[in-house]
Design a protein around this ligand. Structure first.
Ligand SMILES: [Zn+2]
Length: 380
């Protein structure tokens, strides 16, 4: 069982549920619940209490108590791992391993699943164990080994930190990269694990794993995912928004350009781009530029065409700069790097209208762009 599943179980498991499943009656007394202690021969209520906020129980007579897991371990005389398994079943949390189910001694009531969005929020302590450990992370090591100047190198470190890049440090997926998908409210919506080879490319023999905490759309029967790096849109409120396919590209591009001006968000897959992922930026009149991979251009262009916003552009720079030597399946990051090394502009050039607005000290207005274009104005 991986650490994140363990956290998820810990967050879902209620000590009250464990106790009531074992037939322990609890009565409300002020903020707490009280009852007879199940761990010693208790005769009157008052020693044993449950604090629902802290999600722990405690007996002031015999000293026993603890969180839901500890309580279940003591009540059933089972191990930590076995208790996790029982609780996972109880709260409908998939563990992804074939551990033999343990027959619980209590009544065992399956609980309705919590709204997954409430399960894990952006808390450093929840994710502490996976964030960082970049010296054990092939992708991070490869990114650090690229040719950067001093400013870029500093931006890369900052970017890996800002994106909360993580590493699995134990188990069968040791060394895998963890990409937390954090939304604009700093809630972790998805964790994606991927294996990378020392050359910075994905290890295609290992399928990526997704671990969702995100909103479940019952109509579509799937989890609603957000863009990777969405929280950066709250951190850098005035930055233009660039959307790419892979998380790796997003991080690399953030090393090339300051995040205060350009933030790079990733869909995590060619077919994952949806208008409602970036609609809010367009409504807020923030510029959005889509940077599809070569094989995704048509698909992304049709998504862009469907929403007809003057704040939205699809960049052809990847498509136009592809060379045969890059290979059919060229990684966008590889092409970008070659382009930057050759001195190409990856980002769209400032238009005449944008230049005019900048010189006037006002926010860019598409109307000015249109005017400049119609009148073929050159702003000097
Ligand atoms: Zn007791």
């Amino acid at each position: 069982m991986d650490k994140l599943t363990e956290y998820r179980i810990k967050q879902a498991a209620k000590v009250v549920d464990v106790l009531t499943d074992h037939g322990i009656q609890l009565f409300r007394k002020g903020r707490e619940l009280v009852g007879l202690c199940p761990f010693h021969d208790d005769v009157h209520t008052g020693n044993f209490s449950v604090n629902e906020t802290k999600n722990i129980c405690k007996c002031f007579s015999c000293g026993a108590g603890g969180d839901a897991i500890e309580t279940l371990m003591k009540l059933d005389g089972i191990s930590y791992g076995e208790a996790l398994k029982v609780l996972a079943d109880m709260y409908g949390i998939p563990t992804g391993d074939d551990m033999k189910p343990v027959a619980p001694k209590g009544k065992f009531t399956p609980r309705p699943q919590q709204d997954p969005r409430t399960m894990i929020y952006w808390q450093k302590d929840v994710l502490r164990e996976v964030i960082g450990h970049l010296e054990e992370n092939n992708l991070a090591k490869w990114m650090r080994s690229l040719k950067w100047n001093e400013a870029e190198s500093a931006r890369l470190e900052k970017a890996m930190f800002n994106y909360c890049l993580g590493t699995l440090t134990e188990g069968a997926q040791y060394g895998w990269t963890v990409f937390p998908y954090v939304d604009e409210f700093y809630h972790v919506r998805t964790m994606k694990y991927m294996a990378y080879k020392p050359d910075g490319h994905r290890d295609k023999s290992c399928n990526p794993k997704w671990w969702h905490t995100g909103k479940f759309d019952e109509k579509k029967n799937r989890v609603e995912i957000c863009l990777f790096g969405l929280h950066l849109s709250s951190m850098f409120k005035h930055a233009k928004v660039c959307i790419v396919e892979s998380e790796k590209t997003a991080i690399l591009c953030s090393a090339l350009y300051p995040q205060s001006e350009w933030i790079w968000l990733a869909t995590g897959g060619k077919s994952k781009l949806k208008v409602n992922m970036f609609k809010q930026f367009l409504e807020a009149k923030r510029h959005v530029i889509l940077f599809p991979d070569r094989d995704g251009f048509d698909e992304w262009e049709s998504v862009a065409n469907a929403c007809k916003s003057r704040y939205l552009k699809v960049s052809r720079s990847i498509l136009d700069n592809w060379q045969e030597s890059d290979g059919e399946k060229a990684d966008i990051a590889d092409i970008l790097f070659r382009m930057v090394a050759e001195g190409h502009d990856v980002l769209p050039k400032e238009t005449e209208g944008q230049k005019a607005c900048r010189l006037l000290g006002i926010d860019p207005m598409p109307e000015v762009d249109d005017l400049c274009e119609k009148l073929s104005l050159k702003v000097e």
